[in-house]
Design a protein around this ligand. Structure first.
Ligand code: PHE
Length: 481
């Protein structure tokens, strides 16, 4: 990993890059996870905490990750190797890149499975399967899908295939082309659904649910969920934004791009929430029904309402399109690593990696049926284990190390060269990256590792370790700025 390899292909222009990064950020996290965790955690107060997390942790880490990619000029592994050399830091920093590439691949393995539920529902909705469906039938329907490994396999394969096809074609003729029809489509569908939501008669109630904070409903666990979700929804903490940043030309502004990405991602999550809860409340259904909100609760509403066939089908089309623009970005880090460091042609790399990740995904398919009781990490089945490992360990770890690298290790000139901020704003960013983001992440991380009971022990240990690291490094003059 000694020679400096550059990402040769770049984005055609800044707009398409921003769209692609928004495409990565907007996905199942916005349409499926955000609404159901908001519903489970009582609405308004949770949304407020989530917004604070986006602002205080999400945006700073997003800017940092894009900066690392553009400064490193290569896939995440090579970028970190390049950056550690440029900043005379430990060569082991390449592990941060490797963690990202692996986490993205692991997330992709189950992402296509869940996106597959959306695809199945799209076709079923199209055929009128949800017309007049009762709550019981909707429940049985969803369980029927989960208990049918062949059907899950079919959709998992279809989405994996589509992802590999796009990535195999490369940045310009694959990713950009897919994005330029997926993103306008997504926006259009969301606006049509929003228009519909205002006619349901429950739009005001939905608005109140999302924006009226009732802090009695907020728990410590909800705060942790919000923080974890801020990472997942912005696609940060792993190699995705780094690799997208590496294709970004020096002419363009990382700050502007980062703000657009965070703004659009948050807007889509809030709009999706408004649409979904309007439909849920208008039909007298429960907001807190958990992961089944999208697949069990919404179909009942679509089945009851006028025009439900049309809006339901449109809704699941939105889910699939949003998922696809994210799954592409999950395959790209590994493919660019294979291409640049292992000299494997993109076409071959995309198919090979797509295949390996598809095989791993079979474990998640089976978790809902034949392997439901086969445990991997602790009491978790395969799907839950991969989800836990990535969302609770690899993402926060990646986010933590990204903040530490940019805030403590990177040279001041490089920071200013990548993140075009005025001195005052840069000071704020650095303070955030040094103290707020890492400490918050350490707390989430510690809790996720040991469970809420012994959190305080772990948090204290983690904070002490961080403090020792910082003090020691300052004393040895290894830190910049
Ligand atoms: N941000 C995507 C979503 O909200 C998921 C994702 C995570 C995509 C990490 C890429 C990298 O669904």
């Amino acid at each position: 990993m000694s020679q400096l390899k550059l990402s040769e292909e770049g984005w055609s222009n800044q707009t398409i890059f921003i769209l692609a990064a928004i495409g990565s950020a907007v996905g199942l996290g916005n349409l499926w996870k955000f609404p159901y965790i908001t519903g489970e955690n009582g609405g308004g107060a949770f949304v407020l905490v989530y917004l604070a997390c986006i602002l205080l942790i999400g945006i700073p880490v997003l800017l940092s990750e894009l900066a690392l990619g553009r400064a490193g000029q290569a896939n995440p592994v090579q970028s970190m190797a390049n950056l550690s050399r440029q900043n005379s830091a430990s060569p082991l920093w390449f592990l941060l890149g490797l963690n990202g590439v692996l986490a993205a691949a692991l997330i992709l393995s189950f992402y296509t499975v869940v996106a597959g539920w959306g695809a199945a529902y799209f076709f079923e909705s199209l055929q009128g399967a949800f017309i007049d469906i009762t709550p019981d039938q909707a429940g049985t329907h969803f369980e029927g899908l989960l208990h049918n490994p062949y059907e899950l396999m079919f959709w998992h394969s279809a989405l994996s295939l589509l992802t590999a096809i796009v990535v195999a074609k490369g940045v310009k003729s694959g990713i950009e082309r897919a994005i330029s029809f997926l993103m306008p489509g997504l926006l259009l569908i969301l606006l049509v659904l929003l228009g519909y939501a205002t006619t349901t008669g429950a739009f005001g109630q939905s608005f109140g649910f999302l924006f009226y904070p009732d802090f009695t409903k907020l728990s410590w666990a909800a705060v942790l969920t919000a923080m974890g979700h801020a990472f997942f929804t912005l696609s940060i903490g792993l190699g995705t934004m780094m690799v997208y940043g590496s294709y970004l030309s020096r002419k363009h502004s990382i700050v502007k791009a980062g703000m657009w990405i965070a703004f659009a991602d948050t807007l889509v999550a809030l709009l999706a929430g408004l649409v979904i809860f309007s439909i849920v409340f208008a039909n007298g259904l429960q907001a807190g029904s958990g992961p089944g909100l999208l697949f069990q609760t919404l179909p009942i509403a679509f089945g009851q309402m006028t025009g439900g066939w049309f809006f339901g089908t449109l809704f699941f089309a939105l889910v699939v399109m949003a998922a696809l623009s994210s799954s592409i970005s999950l395959l790209e880090p590994a493919v660019s690593w294979f291409e640049q460091n292992w000299d494997i042609k993109r076409l071959k790399a995309a198919w090979l990696l797509g295949f390996i990740i598809w095989v791993v995904g079979i474990g998640s398919v089976l978790s809902f049926n034949d392997w439901a009781d086969v445990h991997f990490l602790g009491e978790r089945n395969f799907f839950e284990s991969v989800d836990f490992l990535t969302a609770n360990i690899m993402l926060p770890l990646g986010g933590l190390l990204i903040s530490v690298f940019v805030a403590w290790v990177m040279k001041q000139e490089q920071r200013y060269a990548e993140i075009e901020l005025e001195q005052g704003a840069m000071k704020w960013l650095l303070m955030d990256l040094r103290w707020i983001a890492p400490v918050a992440i350490l707390i989430v991380f510690a809790t996720n590792l040991v469970g809420a009971e012994s959190t305080w022990v772990m948090v204290t240990v983690a904070l002490v370790v961080y403090a020792v690291y910082v003090v020691n490094a300052i004393r040895n003059g290894h830190l910049n700025g």
